[in-house]
Write a protein that binds this ligand. Sequence first.
Ligand code: ATP
Ligand code: MG
Length: 356
Amino acid sequence: MKKRIAVLPGDGIGKEVAKGAIEVLQAVGERFGHQFYFQYGMIGGEAIDTLGTPLPDETIELCKQSDAVLLGAVGGPKWEKKPAHLRSEQGLLRIRKELGLYANVRPTSYYPSLADASPLRKEVIEGVEMVMVRELSGGIYFGKPSERIQKNGEDGVVDTLYYQRAEIERVVRLAFELAVERKGKVTSIDKANVLESSRMWREVAEVISKDYPDVELEHMLVDNAAMQMIKNPKQFDVVVTENMFGDILSDEASVLTGSLGMLPSASLSERGPYLYEPIHGSAPDIKGKGSANPIAMILSAAMMLRQSFGMNEEADAIEQAVNQVLDAGYRTKDIMTFGKKLVTTDEMVGEIKATL
Ligand code: ATP
Ligand code: MG
């Protein structure tokens, strides 16, 4: 097969891990006889510095004309305090809007060989297999107004949480679709005891669940969910929630398997192309040190092969290679424990390619 892949390496370790994922994809292409065409676009801080905008039009066009998009990470302290139109995260929010990405899907799986890298006891995390579906296009991160206001002569501030019913429906439906292929359970997370938006969310989840008689639907309040995620993560199969709750809970879920550096994600739209990125950020603290874990990015590439190109065997091959390399004891610094072999980003990529 021939596929066009837009690569947006971004900033910080985004560049370092994207390079690794491309090498792994090239190796897969050679082994299975596919031609992957990689075309590079700028986003985030690098784009601000060179072109004066966090998301140039060329990048948007490139993405729209590709079969899939691979994104490293964007941002860094250098761009955090700039005016809004020059902030690196604006690039990320806008590409999501431009591509109509409405759901971020984040699988979290237990790696037996990394059990000792998790702060949680093995009995608690053993066998965890969950996927978090986070609404990505609405909610409080996009609502207007979002500004400082004066009220009764006092300084104040407002952020707005807005959802259209249809936005809730499509993301909840996606969660049910995933559950059908998995263990058949959806946990919908909200704050329905306080928020009107959550009450509508619950209502919609109930309606959609009627189309999926074999899937069990459970509602859980977000505060309880934050606790359950640590106390008994095995109870979850598919978790679905709105934008901000999902942002927070998916970072929490990342701790279960040991490191942010292990977790991939897919962002889906109605028509495609889909975007794949590790859940971690640009990690300015370790930039340029060669210690970034490339596995989250490499597993994101595997998700791309499976989800966007239907290349299941190829995706399996990457996932198996990652498992074998971990089983053989190779570790980047973030997952290093006593007695294992410490390797750099490039060495980890090299081991995975060699195993492939
Ligand atoms: P963002 O706002 O972009 O989500 P963040 O503030 O959540 O970023 P990250 O950049 O994800 O932060 O980094 C959080 C911590 O995890 C940092 O200490 C970083 O070094 C570490 N980290 C993140 N990704 C990796 C990785 N791939 N390998 C090793 N360590 C990582
Ligand atoms: Mg973060």
